[in-house]
Design a protein around this ligand. Structure first.
Ligand SMILES: [Zn+2]
Length: 297
């Protein structure tokens, strides 16, 4: 059962996560389940939801990626930002952390994912994300408009979407009458928040400002393989951020690495060696800090 795999963490804030509202008002509010990584897109949706009279349950899926500490730190800081904002109307439940290894297997979803992957190179996370959404139907997946996003291309190529409007929230769902069976298996349980699905990351920066959270943009975390605790500039999320014009979110070192990799050609032998060199550098840095630690002991 999925409930066995849910672990909640209580944020270390002395402030209540519940903005003061009468209980009966909270009971009638719409519940929104959302995947939150602390990244630019899902955080944007959290900020939008903060202005609505809704109950928000954020989920964080742990797959042992190097950036998890940074992502959870971002989530903690942004939760505080939302709570402290005078215009916040939503109720945020404590973050639910789920281990990917504990998500129920589902061969039919995995098979459908593999077929989509064969044609679109859709990221492997969509296998476990879809299996997780199977146990939390209606889970919000924060996809932005991006012609380089494999998920966006997949939805575009294999199906159609329907727009659903509730009292507070608006989102798209896969149109089951006009989409492929594989697309329905993988994306059929998700809600794709509106207008997030229709705007680019760059367009989102203006909305961050309008929502009164300009400063929160720099708190979000996106890089999967940070180097010295800063974005690397060469992993897929970093490439997406740079490619979509958000270079202000990158340290100079990351931009230089990105340029170098572009110059070498990512799939060339030199590009491959450069990426290996960066990985080895990270391993060396890890070994160095271990030695330093042992010396202190
Ligand atoms: Zn990166």
């Amino acid at each position: 059962m999925m409930s066995d795999t849910i672990e909640t963490i209580t944020l270390q804030s002395p402030v209540s996560l519940v903005p003061e509202k009468p209980v009966e008002k909270r009971l009638t509010r719409e519940k929104v389940n959302i995947l939150w990584t602390g990244g630019f897109d899902s955080t944007f949706r959290m900020l939008q939801l903060s202005k609505m009279e809704v109950d928000v349950q954020p989920y964080y899926l742990c797959d042992k990626r190097k950036s998890e500490k940074n992502e959870l730190k971002a989530i903690s800081a942004i939760t505080r930002d939302i709570i402290d904002h005078p215009e916040t109307k939503c109720f945020i439940h404590p973050l639910a952390k789920i281990n990917v290894s504990e998500i129920e297997p589902d061969l039919s979803i995995t098979e459908a994912y593999k077929k989509l992957y064969a044609n679109t190179l859709l990221g492997s996370q969509y296998d476990w994300l879809a299996r997780f959404a199977n146990s939390v139907p209606g889970l919000e997946l924060s996809l932005e408009k991006s012609i380089t996003s494999k998920a966006y291309i997949c939805l575009w190529n294999y199906g159609k979407l329907l727009k659903i409007k509730n009292k507070e929230t608006t989102y798209y769902v896969v149109d089951r009458e006009n989409s492929s069976a594989d697309l329905i298996k993988v994306f059929g349980n998700f809600r794709l928040p509106y207008p997030l699905y229709d705007i680019t990351k760059l367009e989102m920066t203006e909305d961050y400002k309008e929502l009164g959270f300009e400063h929160t943009m720099s708190t979000t975390w996106f890089c999967h393989t940070p180097i010295r605790n800063k974005p690397c500039g060469v992993c897929n999320p970093c490439k997406a951020v740079i490619g979509e014009g958000l270079t202000f979110r990158m340290p100079l070192s990351a931009l230089k690495r990105h340029e170098r990799l572009k110059k070498y050609g990512e799939h060339s032998l030199i590009g491959w060696h450069y990426k290996l060199h960066l990985k080895m550098g990270q391993l060396k840095a890890g070994a160095f800090s271990l030695l330093k630690f042992l010396r202190i002991q």
